[in-house]
Design a protein around this ligand. Structure first.
Ligand SMILES: Cc1cc2nc3c(=O)[nH]c(=O)nc-3n(C[C@H](O)[C@H](O)[C@H](O)COP(=O)(O)OP(=O)(O)OC[C@H]3O[C@@H](n4cnc5c(N)ncnc54)[C@H](O)[C@@H]3O)c2cc1C
Ligand SMILES: NC(=O)c1ccc[n+]([C@@H]2O[C@H](COP(=O)([O-])OP(=O)(O)OC[C@H]3O[C@@H](n4cnc5c(N)ncnc54)[C@H](OP(=O)(O)O)[C@@H]3O)[C@@H](O)[C@H]2O)c1
Length: 377
């Protein structure tokens, strides 16, 4: 039965997906939904994925949720915490470049609109449960073919965009969020990035060599009552989608998130707002526990008419963010463009200075206690 539905998914992809900002395939999706409801209703996780990725379930865009945060002015006593990196069962480098895992592409869907600058794709691979990963880890992908020296291509790293149980909830898939790299070089030639184009062009059924999983920097804090501030630019959203699915779309015997998750996402245009409908659904269902703020750099400005970068949006909440940062159970995660860290530091320097604190020193302390986690590239 499930095979029947999977076999329909390539059709959906071929015709474009509603996530991409157009409505041309809503009718196709409706047909598929009927089939899915009739045939695989016991497989709730597949239903959930298709539902969440249907544009027709989106609501009007509302920039900047304003749910009140838990703010304290007390400077907490730092306690020794159990490191997230020591947690049992975290697998690193199970598959190495010499002996990679061969995954199969199950789905590949463009998730940016037609008028977005650049294309970003959501890609799901089957793993048969062989690639056990945690939220916040990355995998390597070895693209097909050889480089200009006739050697096999080297692996590229990609942050995992699905929670540990995967988009279908069966621990048998891993998902990525990949931007297609295309640029014009100094000679005026169009150059296509090797691995991102390999990935974005995959069709369901195609194979890809996977290594890893790797990385411990972006693992989630264990404390279910923590405040988790997530700062993403573009595809830097990947690890946060994985966090947020675990927090808000799943039920776990040993984890029930009851803290505050606050996501800031910076993208160029509203047609490049990645996974927007999923995040809005989370916010609707968990208004006390989830705040959502978008910074759309080419469409929005601040009061001074400056481009709305992620740090510009954060500046609107500067004092509140600073107060949160003084709490012992606030954890900041940053992922995406390398340049974003500098802008964020600039806001924090002046805020910390008001309290007579040297931000760079304070940041070091936060890093030591795993409260400031950065993976930028
Ligand atoms: C930990 C980690 C996680 C990552 N996660 C993700 C992710 O989730 N999603 C994602 O899309 N990417 C992610 N990346 C980036 C990814 O690994 C690749 O670097 C990216 O996809 C480009 O690889 P490519 O093979 O397509 O390009 P390549 O063929 O490797 O070409 C890249 C090279 O092209 C050149 N270049 C690029 N842009 C320009 C330009 N404008 N002008 C001139 N030269 C240029 C640079 O020399 C650059 O090194 C991550 C990187 C790291 C380190
Ligand atoms: N773990 C990792 O290391 C990791 C994971 C995922 C992705 N990545 C990398 O992250 C990058 C994301 O690229 P993308 O193409 O997906 O993003 P994108 O869609 O182009 O969005 C990036 C956004 O950040 C803005 N921006 C540019 N400079 C900035 C700055 N200095 N400070 C703050 N915001 C800034 C851009 O604005 P304008 O374009 O309007 O100037 C745009 O709105 C890629 O290089 C990708 O390889 C790294």
């Amino acid at each position: 039965m499930i095979k029947l539905v999977i076999s329909l998914l390539p059709l959906l992809i071929k015709h474009g997906c509603c996530c991409c900002g157009c409505y041309r395939c809503c009718s196709l999706i409706s047909i598929i939904k009927v089939v899915v409801v009739v045939v695989v209703s016991p497989h709730k996780n597949i239903l959930r994925w298709i539902f969440l990725n249907n544009k027709s379930t989106r609501e009007a865009c509302s920039y900047g949720g304003r749910v009140k945060a838990q703010v304290t002015t007390e400077v907490p006593v730092k306690v020794v915490k159990e490191s997230k990196k020591q947690e049992e069962g975290i697998v690193v480098n199970k598959f190495k470049p010499k002996d990679p895992y061969t995954g199969r592409c199950l789905l590949n869907t463009r998730i940016t609109g037609d008028d977005a600058p650049g294309e970003t794709w959501h890609i799901v691979f089957t793993t048969q449960g062989e690639v056990p990963y945690r939220e916040g880890q990355s995998i390597g992908v070895i693209p097909e073919g050889i480089d200009k020296n006739g050697k096999p291509h080297k692996l590229r790293l990609y942050s995992i965009a699905s929670s540990a149980i995967g988009d279908f909830g069966d621990s048998k898939t891993v998902s990525l969020c990949v931007k297609r790299l295309v640029y014009t070089n100094e000679s005026g030639e169009l150059v296509k990035g090797v691995c991102s184009n390999f990935l974005c062009d995959l069709k369901p059924g195609d194979e890809a060599k996977i290594t890893g999983p790797v990385g411990k920097e972006m693992l989630m804090p264990k404390d279910p009552n923590a405040t988790i501030i997530m700062l993403a630019t573009g595809t830097g959203i990947a690890p946060f989608r994985s966090f947020l699915w675990k927090m808000f779309f799943e039920e776990h015997e040993d984890y029930k998130f009851n803290g505050l998750a606050w996501l800031f996402l910076g993208v160029p245009t509203s047609s490049s707002l990645l996974y927007k409908e999923e995040f809005e659904k989370m916010k609707e269902k968990n208004p006390e526990n989830f705040r959502l703020d978008f910074a759309v750099s080419r469409e929005q400005t601040n009061d001074k008419g400056e481009k709305m970068y992620i740090q510009t949006r954060m500046a609107e909440y500067a004092q509140e963010l600073w107060e949160l940062l003084k709490k012992d159970n606030t954890f900041v995660y940053m992922c995406g463009l390398k340049g974003m860290e500098k802008g964020i530091d600039e806001i924090m320097v002046s805020l910390a200075a008001k309290d007579g604190i040297d931000w760079l020193e304070y940041k070091k302390q936060l890093k030591r206690s795993e409260q400031w986690n950065v993976e930028v590239y």
